[in-house]
Write a protein that binds this ligand. Structure first.
Ligand code: PLP
Length: 256
């Protein structure tokens, strides 16, 4: 029998374009030679420009699917993306506790096209998942929404660490500037990663990065190594991004 690949449980929304969400996760895992287990949190109506509707999976169904899955297939890491509804958060918390594996939480608050995907209840629900989170991967705008009272982005990241997540990687891909600046905050301090800005707009970059981090953790990387490796890989996949529609490009996660 071949040695099985490590498993990452992906709790994510379905994006029919394949650019973001669950399909992005599974492709990004495959790039790292890691297998995905998948729990769909929501179906969505979207194209490569924007999200138009989110159709959440009822929390009770998510619980049933998750418990059945975890009783059979224990993952080495968990990745959480779009929550369809605040009521899904306690279900996901229970599944995380059961999995006893590192958790990457990518808070999806707004689609790249501008559509708001999180109301106050969903923000509060996400905050309740912070104590169970190993690596949180918000972008700059998401950090500001998660900690609106913070005086600056460093103070916001510090508040997120105090709220219980072990590591925060604040991504700067959507901010202006010639270089993309991602900042890793943890108990021991902070580290800045800088990447050349690529001249295109992408759909699914955040999911690709977060799933890549989860894959590296499942393979046994320390967090710092996982962050570096997943950023390097994401940069490579963005450099060979492809157009599947008329909107933004999606990362080139499949072999050319
Ligand atoms: N749809 C789903 C299901 C997602 O998980 C995400 C982001 O994580 C998006 C859409 C938006 O992706 P982007 O902001 O890269 O366009």
């Amino acid at each position: 029998m071949n040695r099985p690949l490590p498993l990452v449980l992906c709790c994510s929304g379905h994006d029919p374009t394949g650019g973001a969400g669950l399909q992005a996760d599974l492709e990004a895992l495959a790039v790292q030679r890691v297998r995905g287990l998948s729990l769909v949190t929501a179906l969505t109506e979207q194209d490569t420009r924007d999200v138009y509707q989110v159709y959440p999976v009822p929390a009770a169904r998510l619980r049933a699917m998750g418990e059945r899955l975890l009783a059979d297939c224990p993952p080495q890491a968990v990745k959480i993306g779009l929550l369809g509804h605040a009521r899904q958060a306690p279900v996901l918390a229970a599944l995380i506790r059961r999995a006893q594996a590192p958790v990457v939480l990518d808070p999806v608050l707004r689609a790249g096209g501008g559509r708001d995907l999180a109301d106050a209840a969903l923000l509060a629900a996400l905050r309740r998942l912070l104590p169970l989170t190993t690596v949180l991967t918000p972008n700059v705008q998401e950090v500001r929404r998660l900690v609106p009272e913070a005086s600056d982005d460093d103070a916001a990241a510090a508040a997120l660490l105090r709220a219980g997540c072990a590591h925060v990687l604040v991504t700067g891909g959507d901010e202006p500037g010639a270089r993309v600046r991602n900042v890793w905050h943890h108990a021991g301090g902070r580290q800045v990663f800088e990447w050349p800005r690529l001249d295109a707009r992408f759909h699914g970059a955040g999911c690709t990065l977060a799933a890549g981090i989860a894959a590296r953790l499942a393979l046994g990387d320390a967090v710092g190594d996982a962050l570096l490796h997943a950023q390097q890989t994401t940069q490579e996949l963005l450099a060979r991004a492809v157009a599947v529609g008329r909107g933004r490009l999606i990362p080139g996660r499949l072999p050319a």
